[in-house]
Every structure is written in structure tokens, then in C-alpha cells.
Write a protein that binds this ligand. Structure first.
Ligand SMILES: [Ca+2]
Ligand SMILES: [Ca+2]
Length: 407
């Protein structure tokens, strides 16, 4: 008997509630590092085990009790098996209990509040009244980044948030309200500059309500900020951590793990340091070419991961949500629309958001490079940000100590 006769494919799925809560599509579990099914090879029949790896779906809600969800398995038809002995095989309703981890990040909010007073995800309060562009948040394995701009708002005494750039891969959303970065001059734009590019609708969810902005990553990590109506600075930038940030967040927001003593891990470092060394390490120097506010930012040409392949090589695991089974008449996995694979976190944003934004084709970095020269909007916003002629990046700025304590 040929081995193919004894190779069978089984769909694995967990019905979706098809609802949208907290901006996240509902689901029960995600399959980890495997498609929406399992394959039994010739050699698997007998005493060998074939495993289905599942991860609890992140719903951004605190579930006080374990959540119960059901896993279903059903056969596909093997065309080489004339007897069709497995054709109608199915197991419905394998009970899976999902323990909640959202409670671990309950209240984990990183804040950059003018001038800027900082709070890490774990609640440590410190001061960073410096000028320049900073990495407020970065994920250790996912292509998620948030950059902020601080420029003078009270001469030589305080700086204020005046730019926020949120990036997931080649998709981004950028808002900027200042014209220059300066410790001496305030130059505010009369109208805030906004710039967006979405490669896939579910790369970022962007909600703008009046002067208030909320940008959500697929992991559920959420960035929010408001533009002040009286001075056009951005009052505060807040980032709410998600489960995916645990032991994985970098930047000024610090390492999320419930322990404030290790929050000040500098860029490229592995152990915590003082706040000055920490803050300066996450400042993006003027000429480094990696600021998301810079037209030629190398972030936009980053080819270390492939967009359409969907799998970032540095990501630890990939996930599939499998909301329904495929057709019985298939062999191998003919996957239905309700399947989302190659996700970098076991969560996904609701479809249908971002109604006002148009999608761009961002299939690869070459495309991205071409766009950056053709799209006049790009040149418009990105070329405007300048540094004050008197700006001395290496100057030692005195940071005023207002608070330096644990919450
Ligand atoms: Ca939960
Ligand atoms: Ca920590």
C-alpha cells in the first residue's frame, strides 16, 4: 500500500463568536505554529501521538473565571482511499479551558505626560524633560514601535510631547504638531500633520475622535493621545500594555513584568541602569536615520522580515485562528476565509475598522521605496521636521526632579 493512502488531513477549528469587543475580534483559542489542522502520516498510525498546540486567544478583557471554549476536529476526504473509512469522522466539542492572563497587565499603562513626566508600564515615575526623538515603546520580537518627539514648551524648563509615530511593520500612523525640535523656541504647526499607511486593514486600528487619537496594535497594545486645543502640543501619550508585552517591552516604557527595579534597561543592554543613561540610550540621534519622523528612515526600508510572507523571522511563534472547518471534499487544507494564519500574536483586530483610511500596497521594501519618492505627501510632512540651529544634541540638559518615586 502506498504511503499516501495512509496520509490523512483533519481540520481543527474553534467556532468564533463573530463579534467584536474592545476592538478585538472574538475567538476562543489560536493554534500555535501549525495550520488549522493536523496531518497523520503513514508512520503516525499506531502508538504515535500527533499533537495540536493551542494558545488562549487574547481578548483584552479580564476574565474572572477560566474561559471555556471548544475545539472541533473533522476529516477531509482522501481521494486515494476508495473505502472512505475516515470520510465522516469528526469529534465535536473538545473542551478547552483558557486561563486569563490579561489580569497580569491590568493597569499597566506607560505615560509620557508634559513636561514630560514619565511612568513606566510597571508604574515607576521618573522625569525626562529632554528634547529630541525618543523610542517610547518597542517590542522585543514584533515589528512594533512608538516614537515620540519632545520639544520646548516652557523655555529651558520643560519640553512637551509634539509628535507620536506608531509603526507595525510597514504600516504606520504619525501625528506631529511641532515644526522644530528646540530647547529655546516653540514652533507649533497651525494644523497637525498626520500621515498614515496601512498595508493590511488589521495592521493597526486607528480611531480619531475630535482631538483624541487611539491606535491599537494587533496584540491589543493601545496607544492614545490628545492634542491640546489651547497650545497644540500633545498633552500626554499613554500606552496600555497587552499580554504580549510581558517580558517583551523595550524603550522608555520599560520592561513589563510587575517589577519596577528592572525598568531602566538601556538600548542594547540587558541589566538596568540609572534614568539618565537609560533615557539617553533611547534617544534617536538627529542623523541616525531611524526616526519614524524622518523621510528616509531606515525603518521604512527594513527588509529583515518579509511582509507578505507574514512571518517575521525574529518572532518566537506564529498563530492561526480557525473559525470554521474547510470543505469535506478537500484533501490537504483548503482553508476557508474564516482562517487567519501567520499572526504574530494570538489576537486580531476587528475587521471593518479604519473606514476612513485607504489601504496601500506594501508588498515589499522596493515598493515602499518607490512610494516614498512618488508620494508627495511623504515629502511634505517628513521634510518639515527640523532641528533648531542652536540645537546641541550633546548638551547635558538639566532634568528637573519633580517626582522620583514609586507609585
Ligand atoms: Ca482575557
Ligand atoms: Ca519591570
Amino acid at each position: 500500500m502506498r504511503e499516501a493512502f495512509c496520509t490523512y488531513y483533519f481540520f481543527v477549528w474553534t467556532p468564533s463568536e463573530e463579534s467584536c469587543r474592545n476592538g478585538m475580534a472574538s475567538n476562543g483559542i489560536a493554534l500555535t505554529n501549525q495550520p488549522c489542522g493536523v496531518k497523520f502520516n503513514f508512520r503516525d498510525w499506531g502508538n504515535r501521538s500527533v499533537y495540536i498546540n493551542v494558545t488562549g486567544y487574547v481578548d483584552r478583557m479580564i476574565n474572572y473565571n477560566d474561559r471555556t471554549t471548544y475545539l472541533h476536529i473533522a476529516s477531509t476526504r482522501n481521494p486515494m482511499d476508495p473505502l472512505g473509512i475516515w470520510d465522516n469522522f469528526s469529534i465535536g466539542g473538545i473542551k478547552v479551558k483558557v486561563g486569563d492572563r490579561d489580569n497580569l497587565v491590568m493597569g499597566s499603562q506607560c505615560i509620557s505626560s508634559n513636561d514630560p513626566h514619565m511612568t513606566t508600564f510597571d508604574g515607576y515615575r521618573w522625569e525626562n524633560q529632554r528634547t529630541g526623538t525618543f523610542v517610547l515603546y518597542q517590542h522585543r520580537t514584533l515589528p512594533y514601535t512608538v516614537h515620540v518627539i519632545y520639544s520646548e514648551c516652557v523655555p529651558r524648563r520643560a519640553t512637551c510631547n509634539c509628535g507620536v509615530a506608531v509603526r507595525n511593520g510597514f504600516s504606520y500612523y504619525i501625528v506631529r504638531t511641532c515644526e522644530i525640535v528646540s530647547l529655546y523656541n516653540t514652533k507649533i504647526l497651525s494644523i497637525p500633520c498626520e500621515k498614515d499607511q496601512l498595508c493590511k486593514a488589521a495592521d493597526l486600528q486607528i480611531v480619531k475622535s475630535g482631538e483624541h487619537y487611539t491606535v491599537t496594535f494587533p496584540s491589543g497594545t493601545q496607544v492614545s493621545f490628545s492634542i491640546s486645543s489651547w497650545n497644540n502640543f500633545i498633552g500626554s501619550v499613554r500606552i496600555r500594555a497587552s499580554v504580549s508585552d510581558i517580558e517583551s517591552s523595550l524603550g522608555l516604557c520599560g520592561l513589563t513584568n510587575g517589577d519596577t527595579s528592572d525598568d531602566f534597561i538601556p538600548k542594547g543592554g540587558s541589566s538596568p541602569t540609572d534614568s539618565t543613561t537609560f533615557a539617553m540610550s533611547w534617544r534617536i540621534s538627529m542623523d541616525s536615520g531611524v526616526s519614524l519622523f524622518s523621510k528616509l528612515s531606515s525603518y521604512y526600508q527594513d527588509t529583515s522580515w518579509i511582509y507578505n510572507g507574514g512571518v517575521q523571522p525574529e518572532a518566537d511563534d506564529t498563530y492561526c485562528t480557525c473559525a470554521q472547518r474547510g470543505p469535506i471534499d478537500t484533501y490537504q487544507f483548503s482553508l476557508p476565509n474564516a482562517v487567519h494564519c501567520n499572526m504574530t500574536s494570538p489576537s486580531q483586530l476587528c475587521e471593518g475598522g479604519n473606514a476612513e483610511l485607504t489601504l496601500n500596497s506594501c508588498s515589499n521594501a522596493d515598493n515602499r521605496k518607490r512610494r516614498s519618492t512618488e508620494d508627495t505627501d511623504d515629502v511634505d510632512i517628513e521634510s518639515e521636521l527640523t532641528y533648531d540651529k542652536k540645537y546641541n544634541e550633546s548638551a547635558d540638559i538639566e532634568v528637573q526632579i519633580f517626582v522620583q518615586q514609586k507609585l
